[in-house]
Design a protein around this ligand. Structure first.
Ligand SMILES: Nc1nc2c(c(=O)[nH]1)N[C@H]1C(S)=C(S)[C@@H](COP(=O)(O)O)O[C@H]1N2
Ligand SMILES: [Mo]
Length: 198
């Protein structure tokens, strides 16, 4: 390996490509539509419910016994901030879906409280989504969704439901909290799909 001068990497960084309309932040903003739930791990449960009503559930111990992945991903919020190379540890949705039999095409993530968000099931599979419980080597802070949140980094960050409790697999699409209020149904930052009609 050659020596890469700080000037070179700095130059590269300024030329890094962001999705259209986004700007770079170095802090980690908190965006929550309601209060931060402070429930402990004792009653925590994550459920996948299929379109035929089959339930697959993990308590914290069962969830944490699953194989984990360390991932570094860029985050893009619809309010226009992007944060690059964030480090997470989580359980891949592929792992959670291993024993789930479904022909559903849609998914609705449900969090503590009223927050829901819809994602096509294909966008949760093939290494594209995780239930994340560590950020930057530490337990995920409650304000960022701890104990665990959905992480779907290829879509705008409102799709990454904090305090996730379950995913419902559906044979029809069901818009969630922000989607019902006018946010784009799919939310691809690279196509700048911020609002319905974009
Ligand atoms: N349960 C829940 N999840 C949520 C939200 C929320 O209000 N409630 N806000 C969403 C929005 S709009 C964004 S931009 C991100 C913000 O995540 P952060 O607070 O960790 O930056 O969480 C998303 N997930
Ligand atoms: Mo957001």
């Amino acid at each position: 390996m050659g020596i890469v001068s700080p000037g070179f990497s700095g130059h590269r960084r300024t030329k890094e490509k962001l999705p259209p309309g986004q700007y770079l932040v170095h802090d980690f903003p908190v965006l929550s539509a309601g209060p931060t739930p402070l429930g402990g791990l004792a009653g925590w449960e994550f459920r996948i419910t299929t379109e035929s009503g089959q339930v697959h559930a993990w308590d914290w111990a069962a969830f944490r016994a699953l194989p984990t992945e360390d991932i570094t991903v860029d985050l893009h919020c619809v309010t226009k901030w992007s944060k690059l190379r964030t480090n997470w540890r989580g359980v891949s949705l592929d792992t959670l879906m291993t024993d789930v039999t479904t022909s559903a095409q849609y998914a609705l993530a449900r969090a503590v409280g009223d927050y829901t968000t819809n994602v096509p099931l294909a966008d949760l599979l093939d290494g594209k989504a995780w239930i994340a419980f560590c950020y930057d080597g530490a337990d995920l802070e409650p304000e960022h969704g701890g104990p665990a949140r959905l992480l779907v980094p290829h879509l705008y960050l409102w799709k990454s439901a904090k305090w996730i409790r379950g995913i419902e697999l559906l044979d029809h699409d069901e818009p969630g909290f922000w989607e019902t209020l006018g946010y784009h149904n799919y939310g691809d930052p690279w196509r700048e799909q911020r609002y319905w009609g974009d």
